[in-house]
Write a protein that binds this ligand. Structure first.
Ligand code: 5AD
Ligand code: SF4
Length: 484
């Protein structure tokens, strides 16, 4: 939670024009309405934020939760019991959209039994006009719809809904606005995502993100540093810097600055122990960044470097602006500078026109790079993207067969690569009590691998040495090394 105190704002006065003051005004106002509703209900009203998609959405959901908590809602993990349910949606692949429609149908039944219930929808899917049309027509029970550009206005939109009792829709096509200093409620006390930029300018031909997240804009370095300092004061030891393409950070700033320069500034923050970032585009990954990673004491030994395809022909059709050879050279350069780095990637199978030869090029990259892990996706046609109208869409059975072969290879390599740390001692940031066995704690190594080891809850948030005893494919079983 940020530390600025806006609680003195008087909701009986008019709304300030400036942000974030305006939103704190609406938080105070919503609080009054909610108090009345709670009195009517005879109990505190609850909320549940459900996140679909990527880490950016997860971070946005923390902001939504922060605002709801300030208004006075109490968190309820079960969405069927909550009074305010909000879906923060993703639209990168079509099946994500289908899941949202399916779950909405279910929520409608719950809402009929709860007069206080509100349903909100936000995130990438809402930026698609045909989605909003469909919701307006067939999902009238939804209370609030907003997009990716005006999440900061959440409190204001809640008040509008509370006052009007009608479906409230507010979608912006694009924005150059970044609102700082709004509340947020972190999921973990010791680590946090930090947005460093929003949007994407790359227009990879299969990807809907540039259309729903808008043009690239970077936060000012001072704002980023200030946020991280506050987080560290509040117990955070690890940050994940977030952006669709962090390697092009700072290009649009009034005083341009590179991502590598930003990292050097963040490294100086005392008390911060680990820095991660996501996602890197291979075309923008600079020698300067590799050098900073080599010399840094805090940047984690992990790089997520989406390759998408191993075929230069397909990469060109994808508008990725690198070739297979360029990608492999880059990997070599990174490995030479940071030998113990863990590399992970995203791969799409079945892009239009992908032949068996193209696919074998992808398999070849996978075998050459030997990724620690890879997210594999079946190509999904997204209306409005250039790839959606390309000829030679690959038949589903062919794609499925390639996907299965790729997954098998990725998993086989990954289990071999992961096992190399057996019998070594590694620093582990302890995250939670193990889901399946409460005598075990779960933590993460610098290279992002999970480790389970006997321990107790007092270790959460600490970085401790753990001896890795046994590799179980994608994770380790270890033993805490007690300091003598
Ligand atoms: N179909 C399948 N996968 C996609 N991705 C992005 N767009 C699509 C699509 N249309 C994948 C890419 C990206 C990851 C976040 O999602 O691999 O890196
Ligand atoms: Fe999509 Fe490409 Fe931008 Fe990533 S870099 S969000 S894949 S357009």
């Amino acid at each position: 939670m940020n530390t600025i105190d806006y609680t003195t704002i008087d909701p009986s006065k008019g709304a300030p024009a400036r942000e974030p003051e305006r939103q704190y005004y609406f938080i105070a106002k919503a609080k009054e309405y909610l108090k009345k509703q709670s009195q009517e209900a005879g109990r505190p009203l609850t909320f549940c934020v459900t996140t679909f998609g990527c880490q950016m959405n997860a971070r946005d959901s923390e902001k939504l939760s922060g605002i709801l908590e300030q208004i006075g809602y109490v968190e309820e993990p079960d969405e069927e019991k909550a009074d305010f349910v909000i879906y923060n949606t993703c639209t990168v692949r079509e099946n994500a959209n289908q899941r949202v429609y399916g779950r909405l149908g279910q929520l409608n039944r719950v809402k009929k039994k709860n007069p206080h219930m509100m349903i909100g929808l936000c995130g990438c899917m809402m930026q698609e006009p045909e989605v909003v049309e469909k919701l307006k027509k067939s999902y009238r029970f939804v209370d609030l719809i907003f997009g990716t550009h005006n999440i900061f206005k959440f409190a204001e939109l809640i008040v509008t809904r509370m006052e009007s009792k009608r479906m409230v829709i507010d979608i912006w096509k694009d924005t150059d606005k970044i609102v700082e200093d709004l509340p947020s409620e972190r999921k973990y006390s010791f680590k946090s995502g930090v947005n460093i930029m929003f949007g994407c300018n790359n227009f990879c031909s299969y990807c809907i993100v540039p259309y729903v997240r808008g043009r690239e804009r970077s936060r000012n370095p001072e704002d980023i540093i200030r946020e991280i300092r506050r987080l560290v004061d509040d117990g955070v030891v690890e940050v994940m810097l977030l952006g669709q393409n962090v390697n092009s950070y700072g290009k649009t700033l009034e005083h341009p600055m590179s991502f590598a320069q930003l990292l050097m500034e963040i490294e100086k923050i005392e008390g911060l122990e680990r820095i991660r970032f996501m996602t890197s585009h291979p075309k923008d990954l600079s020698d300067e960044l590799i050098e900073v990673m080599r010399t840094s004491k805090k940047i984690c030994r992990h790089l997520h470097l989406p390759v998408q395809s191993g075929s230069s022909r397909i990469l060109e059709k994808m508008n990725r602006r690198y070739t297979k050879e360029h990608y492999l050279e880059l990997v070599e350069k990174i490995r030479a500078a940071v030998p113990d780095i863990s590399l992970t990637t995203d791969i799409i199978v079945g892009f239009p026109g992908e032949t068996e030869e193209d696919f074998l090029e992808t398999m070849d990259v996978v075998r050459k790079v030997r990724y620690d892990s890879a997210f594999t996706f079946i190509y999904s046609k997204r209306t409005g993207t250039p790839a959606a109208v390309m000829e030679d869409q690959v038949p589903a059975d062919v794609v499925k067969d390639r996907f299965d072969r790729l997954l098998k290879e990725v998993q086989h390599i990954s289990s071999e690569v992961c096992s190399i740390y057996t019998d070594t001692i590694q620093e582990v940031l302890v995250e939670t009590v193990n889901d399946h066995d409460s005598f075990l704690m779960t933590g993460r190594m610098s290279n992002n691998l999970l480790v389970h080891f006997p321990g107790d809850e007092s270790l959460v948030g600490r970085i401790v040495p753990v001896e890795l005893k046994e590799c179980k494919g994608f994770y380790y079983i270890g033993e805490l090394v007690r300091e003598s």
